[in-house]
Design a protein around this ligand. Structure first.
Ligand code: PLP
Length: 719
């Protein structure tokens, strides 16, 4: 066995360094802080919030930064507090036991390496933008829970994704905040010589150097590549500055670093994966690196690239997340080779041969180059992320398999799921523990377990729902005043936000990327009907949140229109926009809303996951039958809007908006406000039980990961 330099030693050093700053009884906090397992272990968050809730928030909920900046007296107080020490002992023991379990190998040939452009592990590690990242973060946590040998590979964007500020007109402005890597719960990986492990990838006319950071996500390790090095030019350092950079040049450099650099980094650390799982097309160039390694091992004449890729195919699986051709990024061959020509040449790959593999029509010279066709061609398995998305993807990629009929296109699906311990509110977890039994989370994907939700009493379930709604309303009141003051609203209007929302009214949430296909504008299509839905003592109230990509002016315009409709309605505290949607606010939203809206233009929602999070918390989905909802909806567990498509998008929007208003007026509101003599909405609660029973076991990451291991990772998956 060659010795591994994978950051284990570096992590131990960092933990020791932090431990030395802590009073002896608190030493366990050091290693706990360097493993994100705390964030989903019961009691983990309280370890920090009970010392100083406010300071923990100011530290971005990053425990390392929090502890490094905490006044000595607070540490000493905790170190002599018996109750606190008991909690610490309890959490430490639970985490230790989890980490001590034996690992299960997925494949005999080596670990699964999961490559993704973004990971949403926790709000304190801002290397994510939205759904794809949350899925990747949830996936890593689940691999830890199931004790599988998986490593994650991504990029450390020092400025992460954009922060959002709206101006008075409702126009979005962006700003970025640079992370201080010295205070993040991550460590630089060093080799046997004590120097940072580095990899090189030729980009533009020179060579990009990158170092590697290690993050512990429970038992699973995530490696992040970073170009912030002295030997790099300012342009090269910018490569890992921001996620989903608008510039094509920068993106291509990022994807080369992720795909090619990621494989080289694993090699340099002595990690030899049995399988590379490319989550979305961004890391597809990894296949080229493996092909050129294969070529280097062969003697004699070098085989063609297709032959080399065919040899490596058994080591690649690809998950596509994009149901529309436009969502699959493509580049002109000029752009592509201007940035990556050197890399390709250095790997001994003929440029035309590669270009053909990135095209649907391999004979074309004008078709732009795409990562998805390459990823499909070099993987032994391709999967979409919901049943409906599978159908759409087979249609979309049929031209890659001209000899096959659409239903025979070799693209299967694994529907997304969410990590229940991350997304289920502690109130809900506590309630369920009473009826599902001890340690139920370990077999949360067992449908028979969930029949026990019928044993929860009406009053307990209703109380839990109210408690989560009240917590959401408190958060909204806190933030809305500041949001309004910051964008220069009238002080009176800003302060009136303290009365925003009635904690007992029907609370409807819509929070997701502001992309036009998500059709937030449907809600604002008929102001009179919307007004009628909200303007009552027993009315609905809407909380809306989401960011637009900086270059997406169309989406920004939707947000701006929403602001002006909202102003014209003159009901500023009934329909509220919460700025800067991210993982800090998402948990309160998905747990506190009674109804979770999703209005995608079908079939453009590959899966969607926020509705799954709402369902886990007893929220009810009202969604277009697209993505996951077209398989999740069963007639009793929420509400559905027709998912068929019309040729005329205007007519479709009209039809779907009317369906939305009809449902809210005629079904959702009356059911929510229909109460028994104790004030309890019994029919509503039975719908929540139906939702939990049918959705919680199916749409957990536990089920998703089992699908991946059984059907995708283990050789010869069925179609
Ligand atoms: C879950 C989540 C998403 C994904 O939501 P969709 O329903 O897939 O659009 C995006 N952003 C954050 C912060 C999330 O928590």
């Amino acid at each position: 066995m060659t010795k591994r330099f994978d950051g284990t030693r570096d992590l131990r050093r960092a933990v020791d360094r932090l431990a030395r700053r802590l009073p002896e009884p608190l030493e366990d906090l050091a290693w706990i802080s360097y493993n994100y397992l705390w964030s989903w272990t019961p009691g983990g968050v309280e370890l920090f919030t009970t010392i100083d809730d406010h300071r923990f928030k100011l530290a971005g909920e990053n425990p390392v930064r929090f502890l490094l900046n905490l006044p000595e007296r607070d540490l000493l107080r905790a170190a002599t507090d018996e109750t606190y020490l008991e909690l610490l002992h309890h959490v430490a023991q639970r985490m230790e036991a989890d980490l001590a379990r034996p690992t299960t190998r997925v494949l005999p040939s080596g670990p699964v390496a999961f490559f993704c452009a973004e990971f949403a592990v926790h709000q304190s590690l801002p290397v994510y933008s939205g759904g794809l990242g949350v899925l990747a973060g949830d996936y890593l946590k689940e691999t830890s829970d199931q004790a599988l040998d998986v490593v994650g590979v991504g990029l450390l964007y020092r400025r992460g994704y954009l922060h959002q500020r709206m101006d008075l007109s409702g126009w979005q402005h962006e700003y970025w905040v640079e992370a201080n890597t010295g205070q993040l719960p991550i460590v630089r990986v060093r080799g046997g010589d004590g120097l940072p492990v580095k990899v090189k990838v030729p980009v533009w006319d020179s060579e990009l150097s990158a170092q590697v950071w290690r993050v512990n996500v429970g038992r699973t390790t995530l490696f992040l590549l970073d170009t912030e090095l002295k030997e790099n030019t300012p342009l090269e350092r910018w490569v890992t500055s921001r996620l989903y950079e608008g510039s094509h040049d920068i993106r291509l450099a990022q994807y080369a670093l992720l795909g090619i650099g990621g494989v080289r980094a694993l090699d340099a650390m002595g990690i030899h994966p049995g399988l590379f799982h490319m989550n979305e097309g961004h890391p597809a160039l990894a296949s080229l690196e493996i092909a050129s390694q294969t070529a280097a091992e062969l003697s004699g004449e070098r085989p063609a690239l297709t032959a080399l890729l065919a040899q490596g195919r058994d080591r690649f699986a690809f998950t596509t997340h994009t149901p529309v051709p436009a969502g699959n990024e493509t580049y002109s061959s000029d752009e592509f080779f201007r940035v990556l020509g050197h890399s390709i040449d250095e790997m001994g790959i003929a440029r035309e041969e590669l270009a053909a593999l990135t095209r649907i029509d391999e004979g074309s010279t004008s078709e732009p180059m795409g990562f998805s066709p390459l990823a499909i061609k070099c993987s032994r398995s391709t999967n979409a992320v919901s049943r409906r998305h599978g159908e759409v993807a087979r249609g979309m990629w049929n031209p890659l398999f001209p000899e096959r009929s659409e239903s025979d296109v070799p693209i299967t699906y694994v529907t997304n799921g969410v990590h229940l311990p991350t997304w289920m509110n502690p109130t809900m977890r506590g309630l369920l523990s009473k009826v599902l039994g001890h340690d139920w989370e370990r077999h949360a994907d067992d449908p028979s377990l969930w029949s026990h939700v019928d044993e929860i009493s009406d009053i307990d379930l209703w109380n839990a729902r109210c408690q989560m709604r009240v917590a959401l309303v408190e958060m909204i009141r806190d933030r809305i005043v500041v949001d309004r003051l910051a964008r220069g609203e009238d002080v009176d209007l800003a302060v009136s936000g303290l009365e925003a929302f009635d904690p007992m009214n029907l609370t409807v949430g819509f929070a997701r990327r502001l992309a036009t296909y998500k059709r937030l504008d449907l809600l604002f299509r008929d102001v009179n009907r919307l007004r009628d839905i909200v303007d009552h003592d027993q009315g609905a109230q809407f909380i809306i949140a989401g960011k637009a990509h900086p270059l997406d002016n169309e989406a920004k315009t939707v947000a701006k229109n929403m602001f002006s409709v909202q102003r014209s309605m003159d009901l500023p505290n009934r329909v509220i926009f919460l700025e800067d949607y991210d993982m800090r606010v998402a948990p309160a939203l998905v747990s506190g809303c009674d109804v979770w809206l999703n209005l995608p233009r079908p079939p453009m929602e590959a899966s969607g996951t926020s509705g799954m999070k709402a369902a886990m918390n007893g929220g009810l989905n009202l969604s277009v039958l697209d993505g996951w909802w077209s398989e999740g909806y069963n007639g009793q567990n929420g509400w559905a809007i027709d998912g068929t498509t019309l040729d005329d998008p205007q007519a479709q929007d009209e039809r779907d908006a009317n369906a939305l208003y009809d449902l809210l007026e005629n079904e959702v509101k009356p059911m929510f406000f229909s109460r028994d003599s104790n004030g309890i909405p019994v029919v509503w609660l039975s719908r929540i039980r139906a939702s939990l029973r049918s959705l919680a076991p199916m749409y957990s990451s536990a089920r998703m990961l089992e699908d991946y291991t059984n059907r995708i990772y283990r050789p010869h998956p069925e179609k």
